[in-house]
Design a protein around this ligand. Structure first.
Ligand code: 5AD
Ligand code: FES
Length: 345
């Protein structure tokens, strides 16, 4: 039995088998078979539905210094901003009227947002929009903090693991950060009943077939409800400014593989994918992705949340992105559904 048959049958491979699978990433017939199976599974569980998440980038202050990221503390040129609770709620109001029923609050690790302040924001959103899911994406916090935010009403949490290989993790992050801590956070979030999202960048400096194999093993072990992957894109004010961006083709290949590993997973066609290829998000949907995350942040601040260069959709109003995506999703043969969009169980 060949390796793709084995993946399709078992929904998992060993580390060595993943490495063998990755060697087929440029083999057109392998790519096609994986894509077909990924689409079949996506259709089986989600039909032609595409879920939308309204992304609110509410702070670009960050106490961390991840080497790849444009809003890391060490970037003195980043223009820092924070949204007030009122501004966040007005993003939600706008989003709600556009059909969004999930709000993703994403930000740097900003100490200004204490548990009290974040709880207050989460509670206000849940009080105003009880039929909506609130997703947090605010990095590493204590177990007690995750517990309080969960109690305040947060439903989901996105925390990409970035790479599941120790050595690679150290190449991407300053010594104060650790893969062990990152993994511990993900398990704690799961234990607290959050729907959890992990993920990694494709083509980050130092990534190899071995490290990707580790990522896939880790994803299968964690069994997150969501997985976010997108190509690495250099940011001009980081040490990786001159590195080559990740490959769109490899990202698409991995989207298919992840759909097969975790058939019911919520898998976004990311903004980074749409940034490297004008049809990146459509291509993502065509290989197994089933989520898109347009931006609801105020246009005045959009450009400042610059994780990487040339990010798309920084000049468009939320309504424009919503319409643009509806058109794109339909042209690709899918349809946007307006609901919380929880994972199939
Ligand atoms: N290129 C692509 N993705 C990036 N992220 C951060 N910096 C970059 C970059 N230069 C991703 C990280 C993070 C998410 C919010 O954005 O994976 O978890
Ligand atoms: Fe923002 Fe197309 S999704 S302009």
């Amino acid at each position: 039995m060949d390796i793709i048959d084995k993946l399709i049958k078992d929904h998992r491979l060993t580390g060595e088998e993943y490495i063998a699978l990755l060697a087929l990433a440029e083999d057109p017939s392998a790519v096609e078979r994986l894509k077909e199976e990924a689409c079949r599974l996506r259709r089986q569980y989600y039909g032609d539905k595409v879920y939308i998440r309204g992304l609110i980038e509410f702070t670009d202050y960050c106490k961390n210094d991840c080497y790849y990221c444009g809003i890391r503390r060490g970037n003195a040129k980043a223009q820092r901003y924070r949204l007030t609770k009122e501004e966040i709620l007005s993003c939600c109001e706008n989003g709600y009227s556009l059909g969004f029923r999930t709000f993703v609050l994403q930000g740097g690790e900003d100490p200004y947002y204490t548990d009290e302040r974040l709880e207050e924001i989460v509670r206000s959103i849940k009080a105003g929009y009880p039929d909506c899911a609130v997703t947090l994406s605010v990095g590493e916090r204590s177990y007690a903090s995750y517990a309080r935010l969960r109690k305040a009403g947060a439903d989901r949490y996105l925390l990409r693991h970035e790479t599941a290989d120790e050595e690679h993790y150290r190449k991407l992050h300053p010594p104060q950060m650790s893969l062990a801590e990152r993994k511990a956070c993900l398990y704690q979030l799961k234990e607290l009943g959050y729907q959890v999202g992990a993920g990694f960048m494709v083509g980050s400096p130092g990534q190899t077939e071995q490290t990707i194999a580790q990522d896939l093993l880790f994803l299968k072990e964690l069994e997150p409800q969501m997985v976010g992957i997108g190509p690495f894109i250099p940011h001009h004010a980081t040490r990786f400014a001159k590195e080559t961006p990740g490959s769109v083709e490899l990202t698409l290949f991995l989207l298919s593989v992840i759909r097969i590993l975790l058939p019911k997973v919520l898998l976004p066609a990311t903004t980074a994918l749409g940034t490297l290829d004008p049809y990146g998000r459509e291509k993502g949907l065509a290989v197994g992705a089933n989520v898109v995350m347009p931006n609801l942040s105020p246009v005045k601040d959009r450009k400042k949340y610059e994780l990487y260069d040339h990010k798309i959709c920084t000049g468009e109003e939320a309504a424009e992105c919503r319409e643009c995506l509806a058109r794109r999703v339909e042209a690709a043969g899918y349809r946007i559904v307006e609901g919380r969009g929880d994972a199939e169980t």
